[in-house]
Design a protein around this ligand. Structure first.
Ligand code: 2RA
Length: 291
């Protein structure tokens, strides 16, 4: 029987992933490890660790593990590392693959909606403003959020990740470069703005996309609803409703008042599920079934 390890079992994503593993139909044995534990040989290891730890672990596990699925941003933009959302680009995993990266949570929600349009529309320019939940910052931020006097209580904070020399945050740069890689649109222009809001769980984004031809709203809704794990609704949908759900929700689709090629919409999804643990579980399912 194949063995699948979760490395970093004590973090929020590690715990969510353990619960997600109950949904996998193919039989396998689960092994769990803390960040500092000795890791036994495995068929698949999911690294629920942060950047420097992930690189060190990936090196240590090189000859001990057939497939590594990394949840950090450490390898996402490396040329030979597939950046995988199973609904979008499962074909990027091949028999030669060893390391697979799971994308940034905010990017995941965005590209789920844009991938649904591919084949009919190509996005040329994408603007988004994110409303990111506290849980995206991990256990420590959640504790801080509930402590008296937290900056995040009843507030919104326009910084996620570190501010880079060009003025963007690291989260915004992930939104640009990971979107290009996942959609295989190396030149698409992405204009990101990322903000932490006083919402405990589920990220949301206001999206504006310029398409390659005039937008037919019914066609776009139909395509979104035909896409797996994505639902368009004309009702208003909020992060509270998306929390705990596997579905990425889109609503408020409308055509721009000036430009027929431009659409605006709102999306919300559980950042710890589709944005992290569910995506990892889907990658593991794919590996168990295909290899
Ligand atoms: C956040 N996207 O929400 C990040 C989590 N990796 O902070």
């Amino acid at each position: 029987m194949k063995t699948v390890g979760i490395i970093g079992i004590n973090g929020m994503v590690g715990q969510k992933l353990l619960a997600e593993f109950q949904k996998i139909k193919t039989p396998f044995e689960t092994k769990t490890f803390g960040r500092k534990d000795d890791i036994t040989p495995l068929d698949i290891a999911v690294l629920c660790t942060d950047n420097p730890d992930s690189r060190v672990l990936a090196q240590q596990l090189k000859d001990k593990v057939r497939f590594i699925v990394d949840m950090s941003s450490e390898f996402r933009l490396e040329k030979d590392v597939p950046l995988v959302i199973p609904e979008i680009n499962p074909q990027t995993i091949t028999a030669d693959t060893h390391l697979i990266a799971s994308p940034n949570c905010t990017t995941t929600g965005l590209v789920m909606t844009l991938a649904a349009l591919r084949g009919h529309y190509t996005p040329l320019e994408i603007f988004f403003c994110s409303y990111q939940a506290i849980s995206g910052g991990g256990k420590k931020l959640l504790e801080d959020f509930h402590a008296p006097g937290s900056l995040y209580a009843n507030n919104c904070v326009p910084q996620i990740g570190s501010i880079q020399p060009n003025g963007y945050t690291s989260e915004e740069l992930k939104g640009i470069f990971e979107t290009r890689k996942i959609l295989d649109l190396p030149d698409v222009k992405v204009y990101p703005h990322t903000v932490r809001v006083a919402v405990e769980n589920s990220h949301s984004l206001g999206v504006t996309a310029k398409l390659d031809k005039p937008a037919d709203l019914d066609e776009i809704k139909k395509r979104m609803n035909a896409f797996p794990n994505l639902k368009y609704t004309d009702d208003i949908i909020t992060p509270k409703q998306a929390s705990g759900q596997e579905t990425t929700y889109a609503c408020r689709l409308r055509r721009d008042l000036y430009e027929p090629n431009i659409i605006h919409y709102f999306i919300t999804f559980d950042n710890l599920l589709k944005g992290a643990a569910m995506n990892a579980r889907q990658i593991v399912e794919l590996l168990l079934e295909k290899f």
